[in-house]
Design a protein around this ligand. Structure first.
Ligand code: 9WN
Length: 480
Protein backbone atom coordinates (compact mmCIF):
# COMPACT_ATOMS: atom_id res chain seq x y z
CA UNK A 1 0.00 0.00 0.00
CA UNK A 2 1.30 3.43 -0.87
CA UNK A 3 1.49 5.07 2.54
CA UNK A 4 2.06 8.51 1.09
CA UNK A 5 -1.13 8.45 -0.85
CA UNK A 6 -3.73 7.82 1.75
CA UNK A 7 -6.25 9.38 3.95
CA UNK A 8 -5.65 8.09 7.42
CA UNK A 9 -8.15 7.76 10.20
CA UNK A 10 -8.02 8.54 13.87
CA UNK A 11 -8.97 5.05 15.00
CA UNK A 12 -11.06 6.19 17.93
CA UNK A 13 -13.24 8.55 15.94
CA UNK A 14 -13.33 7.12 12.44
CA UNK A 15 -12.91 10.63 11.06
CA UNK A 16 -10.81 11.10 7.98
CA UNK A 17 -7.57 12.99 8.21
CA UNK A 18 -6.04 13.99 4.92
CA UNK A 19 -2.37 13.24 4.47
CA UNK A 20 -1.55 14.91 1.13
CA UNK A 21 0.03 12.50 -1.33
CA UNK A 22 2.59 13.68 -3.85
CA UNK A 23 1.21 11.76 -6.82
CA UNK A 24 -1.85 11.07 -8.98
CA UNK A 25 -3.70 12.26 -6.05
CA UNK A 26 -6.60 14.00 -7.57
CA UNK A 27 -8.50 10.82 -8.40
CA UNK A 28 -7.73 9.55 -4.91
CA UNK A 29 -8.92 12.78 -3.37
CA UNK A 30 -12.07 12.84 -5.49
CA UNK A 31 -12.92 9.22 -4.67
CA UNK A 32 -12.41 9.93 -0.97
CA UNK A 33 -14.75 12.90 -1.26
CA UNK A 34 -17.49 10.70 -2.75
CA UNK A 35 -17.20 8.23 0.11
CA UNK A 36 -17.21 11.06 2.62
CA UNK A 37 -20.33 12.58 1.03
CA UNK A 38 -22.14 9.22 0.98
CA UNK A 39 -21.23 8.33 4.59
CA UNK A 40 -24.18 8.55 6.98
CA UNK A 41 -22.33 8.08 10.27
CA UNK A 42 -22.70 4.30 10.43
CA UNK A 43 -22.72 3.20 6.78
CA UNK A 44 -22.45 4.46 3.20
CA UNK A 45 -25.29 4.97 0.71
CA UNK A 46 -24.72 3.85 -2.90
CA UNK A 47 -26.10 7.21 -4.09
CA UNK A 48 -27.64 10.09 -2.16
CA UNK A 49 -30.38 10.51 -4.77
CA UNK A 50 -31.25 7.13 -6.27
CA UNK A 51 -30.35 4.74 -3.42
CA UNK A 52 -30.53 6.58 -0.10
CA UNK A 53 -30.29 3.53 2.25
CA UNK A 54 -27.69 0.85 2.96
CA UNK A 55 -27.46 -1.89 0.31
CA UNK A 56 -25.90 -5.23 1.11
CA UNK A 57 -23.40 -5.97 -1.67
CA UNK A 58 -22.74 -2.27 -2.19
CA UNK A 59 -21.62 -2.07 1.42
CA UNK A 60 -19.25 -4.99 0.99
CA UNK A 61 -17.59 -3.38 -2.06
CA UNK A 62 -17.57 0.00 -0.37
CA UNK A 63 -15.86 -1.44 2.72
CA UNK A 64 -13.15 -2.88 0.45
CA UNK A 65 -12.29 0.65 -0.72
CA UNK A 66 -13.02 2.43 2.54
CA UNK A 67 -10.41 0.30 4.32
CA UNK A 68 -7.73 2.38 2.60
CA UNK A 69 -9.15 5.59 4.06
CA UNK A 70 -10.42 4.50 7.44
CA UNK A 71 -10.18 0.87 8.55
CA UNK A 72 -12.51 1.79 11.40
CA UNK A 73 -15.21 3.09 9.08
CA UNK A 74 -14.82 0.02 6.90
CA UNK A 75 -15.32 -2.23 9.93
CA UNK A 76 -18.30 -0.15 11.04
CA UNK A 77 -19.84 -0.37 7.55
CA UNK A 78 -19.92 -4.17 7.76
CA UNK A 79 -20.94 -4.25 11.41
CA UNK A 80 -23.92 -1.99 10.70
CA UNK A 81 -25.08 -4.28 7.91
CA UNK A 82 -24.58 -7.42 9.98
CA UNK A 83 -26.49 -5.98 12.91
CA UNK A 84 -29.59 -6.09 10.66
CA UNK A 85 -29.16 -9.83 10.00
CA UNK A 86 -32.23 -12.02 10.48
CA UNK A 87 -32.24 -14.93 12.95
CA UNK A 88 -32.45 -17.41 10.07
CA UNK A 89 -29.09 -16.08 8.85
CA UNK A 90 -30.14 -13.96 5.88
CA UNK A 91 -28.50 -10.58 5.40
CA UNK A 92 -31.19 -8.29 3.97
CA UNK A 93 -30.49 -6.52 0.71
CA UNK A 94 -31.52 -3.13 2.13
CA UNK A 95 -31.20 -1.75 5.65
CA UNK A 96 -33.49 1.28 5.79
CA UNK A 97 -32.45 4.59 7.25
CA UNK A 98 -35.42 5.76 9.37
CA UNK A 99 -34.60 9.42 8.77
CA UNK A 100 -35.11 9.10 4.99
CA UNK A 101 -38.70 9.85 3.84
CA UNK A 102 -40.75 6.78 2.88
CA UNK A 103 -41.30 7.96 -0.69
CA UNK A 104 -37.58 8.45 -1.40
CA UNK A 105 -37.21 4.84 -2.55
CA UNK A 106 -39.61 2.14 -3.59
CA UNK A 107 -40.14 -0.53 -2.28
CA UNK A 108 -40.01 1.17 1.11
CA UNK A 109 -40.16 -0.37 4.60
CA UNK A 110 -43.97 -0.35 4.61
CA UNK A 111 -43.87 -2.63 1.56
CA UNK A 112 -41.45 -5.20 3.02
CA UNK A 113 -42.97 -5.12 6.55
CA UNK A 114 -39.93 -6.90 7.95
CA UNK A 115 -40.91 -6.53 11.59
CA UNK A 116 -44.29 -8.25 11.06
CA UNK A 117 -44.11 -10.42 7.93
CA UNK A 118 -40.49 -11.27 8.75
CA UNK A 119 -41.10 -12.18 12.39
CA UNK A 120 -41.16 -15.96 11.82
CA UNK A 121 -37.90 -15.80 9.90
CA UNK A 122 -36.37 -13.70 12.68
CA UNK A 123 -36.18 -10.18 11.25
CA UNK A 124 -34.69 -7.70 13.72
CA UNK A 125 -37.10 -5.56 15.75
CA UNK A 126 -35.04 -2.42 15.97
CA UNK A 127 -34.41 -1.77 12.30
CA UNK A 128 -36.51 -2.05 9.13
CA UNK A 129 -35.09 -4.07 6.25
CA UNK A 130 -36.07 -5.71 2.99
CA UNK A 131 -36.63 -9.48 3.07
CA UNK A 132 -34.54 -10.60 0.08
CA UNK A 133 -30.74 -10.90 -0.11
CA UNK A 134 -27.84 -9.92 -2.40
CA UNK A 135 -24.61 -11.65 -3.44
CA UNK A 136 -22.43 -12.84 -0.53
CA UNK A 137 -19.36 -10.62 -0.88
CA UNK A 138 -19.28 -9.97 2.87
CA UNK A 139 -16.82 -12.52 4.25
CA UNK A 140 -14.41 -11.56 1.51
CA UNK A 141 -14.85 -7.90 2.43
CA UNK A 142 -14.42 -8.65 6.14
CA UNK A 143 -11.15 -10.45 5.52
CA UNK A 144 -9.80 -7.64 3.34
CA UNK A 145 -10.90 -4.99 5.85
CA UNK A 146 -9.16 -6.90 8.63
CA UNK A 147 -5.99 -7.17 6.54
CA UNK A 148 -5.85 -3.38 6.10
CA UNK A 149 -5.21 -2.89 9.83
CA UNK A 150 -4.91 -6.16 11.75
CA UNK A 151 -3.91 -4.31 14.92
CA UNK A 152 -7.07 -2.23 15.03
CA UNK A 153 -9.14 -5.24 13.99
CA UNK A 154 -7.75 -7.39 16.84
CA UNK A 155 -8.07 -4.59 19.35
CA UNK A 156 -11.76 -4.20 18.50
CA UNK A 157 -12.43 -7.93 18.19
CA UNK A 158 -13.70 -7.22 14.67
CA UNK A 159 -13.33 -10.72 13.22
CA UNK A 160 -14.49 -12.46 16.38
CA UNK A 161 -17.62 -10.31 16.24
CA UNK A 162 -18.47 -10.81 12.57
CA UNK A 163 -17.44 -14.46 12.19
CA UNK A 164 -20.55 -16.11 13.73
CA UNK A 165 -22.81 -13.85 11.69
CA UNK A 166 -20.97 -14.56 8.45
CA UNK A 167 -21.02 -18.29 9.20
CA UNK A 168 -24.81 -18.13 9.79
CA UNK A 169 -25.21 -16.21 6.51
CA UNK A 170 -23.39 -18.92 4.55
CA UNK A 171 -25.38 -21.63 6.37
CA UNK A 172 -28.61 -19.91 5.33
CA UNK A 173 -27.52 -19.83 1.68
CA UNK A 174 -26.19 -23.36 1.62
CA UNK A 175 -29.16 -24.96 3.38
CA UNK A 176 -32.30 -22.87 2.91
CA UNK A 177 -31.38 -21.74 -0.58
CA UNK A 178 -30.18 -24.99 -2.10
CA UNK A 179 -33.48 -25.14 -3.97
CA UNK A 180 -32.11 -27.26 -6.81
CA UNK A 181 -30.62 -29.88 -4.47
CA UNK A 182 -27.28 -29.79 -6.28
CA UNK A 183 -25.33 -27.88 -3.65
CA UNK A 184 -25.58 -24.35 -5.12
CA UNK A 185 -27.48 -21.39 -3.66
CA UNK A 186 -30.47 -20.04 -5.62
CA UNK A 187 -31.82 -16.53 -5.91
CA UNK A 188 -35.59 -16.05 -5.65
CA UNK A 189 -35.80 -12.53 -7.10
CA UNK A 190 -33.79 -10.71 -9.82
CA UNK A 191 -32.81 -8.06 -7.25
CA UNK A 192 -31.08 -10.75 -5.21
CA UNK A 193 -28.54 -11.45 -7.90
CA UNK A 194 -27.73 -7.72 -8.15
CA UNK A 195 -28.01 -7.45 -11.94
CA UNK A 196 -31.69 -6.65 -11.75
CA UNK A 197 -32.72 -6.18 -15.33
CA UNK A 198 -30.47 -8.74 -17.00
CA UNK A 199 -31.92 -10.48 -20.09
CA UNK A 200 -31.19 -13.72 -18.19
CA UNK A 201 -34.36 -13.04 -16.19
CA UNK A 202 -36.62 -12.43 -19.20
CA UNK A 203 -37.72 -16.05 -19.62
CA UNK A 204 -38.20 -16.86 -15.90
CA UNK A 205 -39.99 -13.52 -15.39
CA UNK A 206 -42.33 -14.11 -18.33
CA UNK A 207 -44.11 -16.73 -16.20
CA UNK A 208 -44.85 -14.18 -13.45
CA UNK A 209 -48.13 -12.23 -13.50
CA UNK A 210 -47.18 -8.57 -12.99
CA UNK A 211 -48.65 -6.58 -10.10
CA UNK A 212 -50.96 -3.90 -11.54
CA UNK A 213 -49.08 -0.68 -12.33
CA UNK A 214 -51.52 1.37 -10.21
CA UNK A 215 -50.75 -0.71 -7.10
CA UNK A 216 -47.33 0.93 -6.57
CA UNK A 217 -45.39 4.09 -7.38
CA UNK A 218 -41.82 3.82 -8.65
CA UNK A 219 -39.35 6.30 -7.15
CA UNK A 220 -36.43 5.35 -9.43
CA UNK A 221 -37.93 7.25 -12.39
CA UNK A 222 -37.65 10.53 -10.45
CA UNK A 223 -33.85 10.17 -10.54
CA UNK A 224 -32.78 7.84 -13.35
CA UNK A 225 -33.42 8.23 -17.10
CA UNK A 226 -36.66 6.26 -17.69
CA UNK A 227 -35.39 4.85 -21.02
CA UNK A 228 -32.40 3.31 -19.19
CA UNK A 229 -34.39 1.86 -16.29
CA UNK A 230 -36.38 -1.41 -16.24
CA UNK A 231 -39.82 -1.21 -17.91
CA UNK A 232 -43.06 -0.88 -15.93
CA UNK A 233 -43.96 -4.40 -16.96
CA UNK A 234 -40.74 -5.78 -15.46
CA UNK A 235 -41.26 -3.67 -12.35
CA UNK A 236 -44.75 -5.14 -11.97
CA UNK A 237 -43.17 -8.60 -11.99
CA UNK A 238 -40.49 -7.63 -9.44
CA UNK A 239 -43.25 -6.31 -7.19
CA UNK A 240 -45.36 -9.45 -7.62
CA UNK A 241 -42.45 -11.75 -6.68
CA UNK A 242 -41.53 -9.65 -3.64
CA UNK A 243 -45.18 -9.41 -2.50
CA UNK A 244 -45.68 -13.17 -2.78
CA UNK A 245 -42.46 -13.86 -0.84
CA UNK A 246 -43.51 -11.39 1.86
CA UNK A 247 -46.97 -12.94 2.04
CA UNK A 248 -45.37 -16.35 2.56
CA UNK A 249 -43.59 -14.73 5.52
CA UNK A 250 -40.31 -15.01 3.65
CA UNK A 251 -40.36 -18.83 3.80
CA UNK A 252 -38.03 -20.31 1.18
CA UNK A 253 -38.87 -22.92 -1.41
CA UNK A 254 -42.28 -22.13 -2.86
CA UNK A 255 -41.71 -19.17 -5.17
CA UNK A 256 -42.25 -18.88 -8.90
CA UNK A 257 -38.70 -17.65 -9.52
CA UNK A 258 -35.67 -19.75 -8.56
CA UNK A 259 -32.38 -19.42 -10.41
CA UNK A 260 -28.84 -20.66 -9.79
CA UNK A 261 -26.50 -17.88 -10.86
CA UNK A 262 -22.76 -18.22 -11.56
CA UNK A 263 -21.61 -14.88 -10.05
CA UNK A 264 -23.68 -15.31 -6.89
CA UNK A 265 -22.20 -18.75 -6.33
CA UNK A 266 -18.66 -17.76 -7.31
CA UNK A 267 -18.81 -14.98 -4.72
CA UNK A 268 -20.10 -17.47 -2.16
CA UNK A 269 -17.11 -19.71 -2.92
CA UNK A 270 -14.62 -16.82 -2.69
CA UNK A 271 -16.25 -15.78 0.58
CA UNK A 272 -16.10 -19.33 1.91
CA UNK A 273 -12.33 -19.29 1.27
CA UNK A 274 -12.19 -15.94 3.07
CA UNK A 275 -14.18 -17.37 5.97
CA UNK A 276 -11.61 -20.16 6.22
CA UNK A 277 -8.90 -17.51 6.57
CA UNK A 278 -10.92 -15.70 9.20
CA UNK A 279 -11.43 -18.97 11.11
CA UNK A 280 -7.70 -19.56 11.03
CA UNK A 281 -6.95 -16.07 12.27
CA UNK A 282 -9.31 -16.84 15.16
CA UNK A 283 -7.44 -20.06 16.01
CA UNK A 284 -9.38 -22.75 14.10
CA UNK A 285 -8.04 -24.68 11.11
CA UNK A 286 -10.42 -23.52 8.36
CA UNK A 287 -9.85 -26.85 6.60
CA UNK A 288 -13.52 -27.80 6.38
CA UNK A 289 -14.38 -24.46 4.84
CA UNK A 290 -11.70 -24.73 2.15
CA UNK A 291 -12.96 -28.24 1.39
CA UNK A 292 -16.54 -26.93 1.15
CA UNK A 293 -15.41 -24.18 -1.21
CA UNK A 294 -13.83 -26.82 -3.42
CA UNK A 295 -16.99 -28.94 -3.43
CA UNK A 296 -18.96 -25.84 -4.37
CA UNK A 297 -16.56 -25.15 -7.22
CA UNK A 298 -17.18 -28.67 -8.53
CA UNK A 299 -20.96 -28.13 -8.25
CA UNK A 300 -20.65 -24.80 -10.07
CA UNK A 301 -18.89 -26.50 -12.98
CA UNK A 302 -21.26 -29.49 -13.02
CA UNK A 303 -24.43 -27.43 -12.96
CA UNK A 304 -23.64 -24.15 -14.72
CA UNK A 305 -20.73 -24.61 -17.13
CA UNK A 306 -21.82 -24.61 -20.78
CA UNK A 307 -19.01 -25.68 -23.12
CA UNK A 308 -21.01 -24.59 -26.17
CA UNK A 309 -21.21 -20.98 -25.00
CA UNK A 310 -17.69 -21.08 -23.57
CA UNK A 311 -18.92 -19.68 -20.26
CA UNK A 312 -21.14 -20.28 -17.24
CA UNK A 313 -24.89 -19.78 -17.63
CA UNK A 314 -27.78 -19.41 -15.19
CA UNK A 315 -29.98 -22.40 -14.38
CA UNK A 316 -33.72 -21.76 -14.26
CA UNK A 317 -35.04 -24.24 -11.70
CA UNK A 318 -38.65 -23.64 -12.67
CA UNK A 319 -38.14 -24.56 -16.32
CA UNK A 320 -38.97 -28.14 -17.34
CA UNK A 321 -38.35 -31.01 -14.97
CA UNK A 322 -36.89 -30.84 -11.44
CA UNK A 323 -33.36 -30.29 -12.77
CA UNK A 324 -34.42 -27.05 -14.50
CA UNK A 325 -32.64 -25.82 -17.62
CA UNK A 326 -29.76 -23.52 -18.51
CA UNK A 327 -30.85 -20.07 -19.70
CA UNK A 328 -29.29 -19.41 -23.14
CA UNK A 329 -28.20 -15.81 -22.43
CA UNK A 330 -24.62 -14.62 -21.98
CA UNK A 331 -24.23 -12.28 -19.00
CA UNK A 332 -21.05 -11.00 -17.37
CA UNK A 333 -22.17 -13.09 -14.41
CA UNK A 334 -20.99 -16.14 -16.36
CA UNK A 335 -17.42 -14.79 -16.53
CA UNK A 336 -17.06 -13.93 -12.86
CA UNK A 337 -16.12 -17.47 -11.71
CA UNK A 338 -12.75 -16.52 -13.22
CA UNK A 339 -11.89 -15.19 -9.79
CA UNK A 340 -11.76 -18.76 -8.44
CA UNK A 341 -8.32 -20.37 -8.38
CA UNK A 342 -9.71 -23.90 -8.28
CA UNK A 343 -11.29 -23.85 -11.74
CA UNK A 344 -10.06 -26.53 -14.15
CA UNK A 345 -7.41 -25.09 -16.48
CA UNK A 346 -9.35 -25.78 -19.69
CA UNK A 347 -12.31 -23.82 -18.33
CA UNK A 348 -10.05 -20.90 -17.42
CA UNK A 349 -8.60 -20.88 -20.93
CA UNK A 350 -12.06 -20.92 -22.49
CA UNK A 351 -13.37 -18.19 -20.18
CA UNK A 352 -10.41 -15.95 -21.03
CA UNK A 353 -11.09 -16.53 -24.69
CA UNK A 354 -14.79 -15.66 -24.28
CA UNK A 355 -14.01 -12.50 -22.30
CA UNK A 356 -11.80 -11.23 -25.13
CA UNK A 357 -13.98 -12.53 -27.96
CA UNK A 358 -16.83 -10.84 -29.85
CA UNK A 359 -19.44 -11.34 -27.11
CA UNK A 360 -17.65 -9.18 -24.53
CA UNK A 361 -14.78 -7.57 -26.48
CA UNK A 362 -12.48 -6.90 -23.53
CA UNK A 363 -9.19 -5.39 -24.66
CA UNK A 364 -10.64 -5.03 -28.13
CA UNK A 365 -13.97 -3.33 -28.90
CA UNK A 366 -15.04 -2.33 -25.37
CA UNK A 367 -13.54 -0.08 -22.68
CA UNK A 368 -14.85 -2.24 -19.87
CA UNK A 369 -16.56 -5.62 -19.95
CA UNK A 370 -20.27 -5.13 -20.73
CA UNK A 371 -22.92 -6.59 -18.46
CA UNK A 372 -24.44 -8.54 -21.34
CA UNK A 373 -23.54 -10.12 -24.68
CA UNK A 374 -22.63 -7.47 -27.30
CA UNK A 375 -24.15 -9.77 -29.93
CA UNK A 376 -27.25 -10.69 -27.91
CA UNK A 377 -30.66 -9.70 -29.22
CA UNK A 378 -31.49 -7.83 -26.02
CA UNK A 379 -28.20 -5.86 -25.97
CA UNK A 380 -28.67 -2.16 -25.21
CA UNK A 381 -25.59 -0.13 -24.26
CA UNK A 382 -27.57 2.10 -21.88
CA UNK A 383 -30.33 0.00 -20.37
CA UNK A 384 -29.88 -1.27 -16.87
CA UNK A 385 -27.80 -4.48 -16.83
CA UNK A 386 -28.67 -5.20 -20.48
CA UNK A 387 -25.33 -4.06 -21.87
CA UNK A 388 -23.69 -1.21 -19.93
CA UNK A 389 -20.46 -1.85 -18.03
CA UNK A 390 -20.37 -1.78 -14.23
CA UNK A 391 -17.33 -1.16 -12.04
CA UNK A 392 -17.88 -3.93 -9.51
CA UNK A 393 -18.08 -6.70 -12.10
CA UNK A 394 -14.98 -5.36 -13.86
CA UNK A 395 -13.10 -5.11 -10.56
CA UNK A 396 -13.92 -8.79 -9.97
CA UNK A 397 -12.70 -9.68 -13.46
CA UNK A 398 -9.51 -7.70 -12.91
CA UNK A 399 -8.84 -9.85 -9.85
CA UNK A 400 -9.71 -12.98 -11.82
CA UNK A 401 -7.21 -12.10 -14.53
CA UNK A 402 -4.48 -11.70 -11.88
CA UNK A 403 -5.42 -14.97 -10.18
CA UNK A 404 -4.80 -16.78 -13.46
CA UNK A 405 -1.53 -15.02 -14.27
CA UNK A 406 -2.91 -12.63 -16.91
CA UNK A 407 -1.01 -9.63 -15.52
CA UNK A 408 -0.88 -7.57 -18.71
CA UNK A 409 -4.61 -7.89 -19.32
CA UNK A 410 -5.30 -7.10 -15.65
CA UNK A 411 -3.06 -4.01 -15.79
CA UNK A 412 -4.84 -2.74 -18.83
CA UNK A 413 -8.28 -3.35 -17.30
CA UNK A 414 -7.12 -1.59 -14.13
CA UNK A 415 -6.03 1.42 -16.20
CA UNK A 416 -9.38 1.53 -18.01
CA UNK A 417 -11.26 1.30 -14.72
CA UNK A 418 -9.30 4.19 -13.24
CA UNK A 419 -9.62 6.31 -16.37
CA UNK A 420 -13.36 5.77 -16.70
CA UNK A 421 -13.96 6.33 -12.98
CA UNK A 422 -12.22 9.69 -13.36
CA UNK A 423 -13.85 10.63 -16.67
CA UNK A 424 -17.38 9.75 -15.56
CA UNK A 425 -17.24 11.31 -12.12
CA UNK A 426 -17.63 7.87 -10.53
CA UNK A 427 -20.72 6.95 -12.52
CA UNK A 428 -22.92 4.04 -11.55
CA UNK A 429 -22.36 2.45 -14.98
CA UNK A 430 -21.36 3.43 -18.51
CA UNK A 431 -21.76 2.75 -22.19
CA UNK A 432 -19.19 -0.01 -22.82
CA UNK A 433 -18.27 1.36 -26.25
CA UNK A 434 -18.16 5.13 -25.75
CA UNK A 435 -17.56 5.34 -22.00
CA UNK A 436 -20.51 7.71 -21.61
CA UNK A 437 -21.60 8.03 -17.98
CA UNK A 438 -25.02 6.57 -17.09
CA UNK A 439 -27.16 6.36 -13.95
CA UNK A 440 -26.16 8.11 -10.74
CA UNK A 441 -22.87 9.98 -10.39
CA UNK A 442 -20.80 9.89 -7.22
CA UNK A 443 -21.66 6.22 -6.91
CA UNK A 444 -20.35 4.48 -3.79
CA UNK A 445 -18.76 1.29 -5.10
CA UNK A 446 -17.29 3.04 -8.15
CA UNK A 447 -15.36 5.41 -5.88
CA UNK A 448 -14.45 2.65 -3.42
CA UNK A 449 -13.17 0.20 -6.02
CA UNK A 450 -11.22 2.94 -7.82
CA UNK A 451 -9.52 3.65 -4.50
CA UNK A 452 -8.77 -0.02 -4.08
CA UNK A 453 -7.15 -0.14 -7.51
CA UNK A 454 -5.18 3.03 -6.79
CA UNK A 455 -3.67 1.24 -3.84
CA UNK A 456 -2.49 -1.66 -5.99
CA UNK A 457 0.67 -1.68 -8.02
CA UNK A 458 0.22 -2.86 -11.61
CA UNK A 459 2.25 -5.77 -12.76
CA UNK A 460 3.55 -7.15 -9.51
CA UNK A 461 1.53 -6.20 -6.45
CA UNK A 462 -1.82 -7.88 -6.17
CA UNK A 463 -2.27 -7.11 -2.51
CA UNK A 464 -4.80 -4.38 -2.78
CA UNK A 465 -7.29 -6.16 -4.96
CA UNK A 466 -7.17 -8.73 -2.24
CA UNK A 467 -9.32 -11.37 -3.87
CA UNK A 468 -6.25 -12.25 -5.82
CA UNK A 469 -4.06 -12.22 -2.75
CA UNK A 470 -5.69 -14.89 -0.75
CA UNK A 471 -6.57 -16.98 -3.74
CA UNK A 472 -2.98 -16.82 -4.93
CA UNK A 473 -1.88 -17.96 -1.49
CA UNK A 474 -4.28 -20.86 -1.77
CA UNK A 475 -2.65 -21.79 -5.04
CA UNK A 476 0.68 -21.84 -3.27
CA UNK A 477 -0.59 -24.61 -1.01
CA UNK A 478 -0.99 -22.57 2.15
CA UNK A 479 -4.24 -24.30 3.03
CA UNK A 480 -5.83 -23.91 6.44
C1 9WN B 1 -32.66 -2.86 -6.27
C2 9WN B 1 -27.96 -0.25 -5.10
C3 9WN B 1 -28.54 -1.34 -5.99
C4 9WN B 1 -27.48 -2.35 -6.45
C5 9WN B 1 -28.00 -3.28 -7.52
C6 9WN B 1 -28.60 -2.43 -8.66
C7 9WN B 1 -29.70 -1.53 -8.10
C8 9WN B 1 -31.86 -1.73 -6.91
C9 9WN B 1 -32.77 -0.96 -7.87
O1 9WN B 1 -29.15 -0.69 -7.10
O2 9WN B 1 -30.75 -2.32 -7.57
O3 9WN B 1 -31.88 -3.51 -5.30
O4 9WN B 1 -33.62 -0.22 -7.37
O5 9WN B 1 -32.63 -1.12 -9.10
O6 9WN B 1 -29.08 -3.23 -9.67
O7 9WN B 1 -26.97 -4.09 -7.99
O8 9WN B 1 -27.06 -3.10 -5.36
O9 9WN B 1 -26.84 0.31 -5.71
Amino acid sequence: MDRTAQLTARPTEGTLVYDPPPMPDSLHRRAARVLEANWTGTSTVPSRSLYPHQWSWDSAFIAIGLRHLSPLRAQTELETLLSAQWADGRIPHIVFNPSVPLDAYFPSPDFWRSSTAGRTAGAPRTVQTSGIVQPPVHALAAWLVHSADPGLSRARGFLAGVYPRLAAWHRYLLHRRDLGGGGLASVVHPWEQGMDNSPCWDAPLARVTPAPARSFRRADLDHGAPEDRPTDLDYGRYVRLATDYRDREYADGGGEFAVEDPAFNALLIASEHALARIARELGATGTARHARAERLTTALVDRLWDPKSGMFLCRDLRDGDHEGALIPERSVSGLIPLLLPGLPRDIVTTLLHTTRGPHFGLGDSTRLTPSYDLLGEAFDPHRYWRGPAWFNTNWLLESGLRVHGEQAAADSLRESLLRTAADTDFAEYLDPYTGEACGALGFGWTAALALDLLHSRPGHDVSSTGVATFEMRDKGGERG
